[in-house]
Write a protein that binds this ligand. Sequence first.
Ligand SMILES: Nc1ncnc2c1ncn2[C@@H]1O[C@H](COP(=O)(O)OP(=O)(O)O)[C@@H](O)[C@H]1O
Ligand SMILES: CC(=O)N[C@@H](CCC(=O)OP(=O)(O)O)C(=O)O
Length: 294
Amino acid sequence: MNDTARDQMAMLVGALPFLKRYDEQIVVVKYGGHAMGEEETALRFGRDIALLEQVGVKPVVVHGGGPQINAMLKRLGVKSTFVQGLRVTDAEMLDVVEMVLAGPVNKQIAEAITRAGAIAVGISGKDGGLIRARKLTRTVRDPDNGAEQALDLGFVGEPERVDTRVLELMIGADIVPVVAPVGVGEDGQTYNINADTAAGAIAGALKAERLLLLTDVPGVLGRDGALVPEMTVAEARAGIAAGWISGGMIPKVETCIYAIERGVKGAVILDGRVPHAVLVELFTDSGAGTLIRP
Ligand SMILES: Nc1ncnc2c1ncn2[C@@H]1O[C@H](COP(=O)(O)OP(=O)(O)O)[C@@H](O)[C@H]1O
Ligand SMILES: CC(=O)N[C@@H](CCC(=O)OP(=O)(O)O)C(=O)O
C-alpha cells in the first residue's frame, strides 16, 4: 500500500465513529453571505450538504445574504446603514431584503444542494409559521451623558417563537430545508432578521446536535491573532466583556451561547470558504474553527 492509500484509509477509519455519532442527528448550518463567495464555493457547499444528507445526517441550512442585498441596493441606487451590525430596515429596504433573501439567494442554495443529489427545498421563516418575530428593540449609550437611548431599526425583528413543524415534516421526508432569515409578526408584518440569530433560534428549537456558523474568518481569534479551537460559554462571555471579541463576531458568539443554553450540544464558528469545512468539522478529530460548548 502506498502513502496516499494509507492516508486515505486512516482518514476513512477516523471518520467512522463520527459518522455513527451524527447518524440521524440534526445539524443546523448557517451559511453566511461572505462565505458564499464565488459560484464554485456555493456548488462545493451544496455538495457537502448533500453528502451529509446521504450519510444519514439531518442538515438544516439557514442562510444570510448581506453582501448580496448590498449588491442589489447598489443597482437600485438605495443607501443602507448598519447599527450594531444590523441593517436599518425601512419599508422600501424590507422589500429588497425579502426579495433577495427569499428569492435568488434561497433558490441558488437549494438548487446547488439538489444538483448534488439530495432534495432541498427553499422556504422563508414566514412559511408554515416557522419564525414568529417581533420588532427588535436596541439601546445605545450616549457618549456625552451616558444616558441610554432607544434605537429605531425599523423592520428588524427578533425571533419570538419558532414553530418547527414544517421543518420536522421536511426532515422526516429526507428533504433538506433551506431557510431565509425573514420572519412574520402576529399582525402579519414582515421582519428582517439577522441570519446568525435566526439560525440560533432554529437550532435551539430543534435541539440540534450541532450549530455551525460559516463565515469568512477561521473562527474566533484570540488576542494574539491565533485561532481559539475551543471555548466554554463562560470563556466566550469573558471574551466579549474584555473586548477581544468584537464587531460582527459578537452576534455570532452570542448566537452560539443562546443555542447552547437551549440544548444544542455544541456550536462552531468556522471559515466556510475553506473547501469541505463542514465535513472536516463534523468528521475529523481536530475539527475546524472554534467550538463553543457548555
Ligand atoms: N476575536 C475575533 N475573532 C475573529 N473575528 C473577529 C473577532 N472580533 C471581531 N471580529 C470580526 O468579526 C468579523 C466576522 O463577522 P461578520 O463580518 O459579521 O461575518 P458574516 O458576514 O459571515 O456574518 C470578522 O471579519 C472580524 O472583523
Ligand atoms: C437585520 C439584518 O441585518 N439582517 C441581515 C440579514 C442577512 C444576513 O444576516 O446576512 P449575512 O449572514 O450574510 O450577514 C441583512 O439585512 O443583511
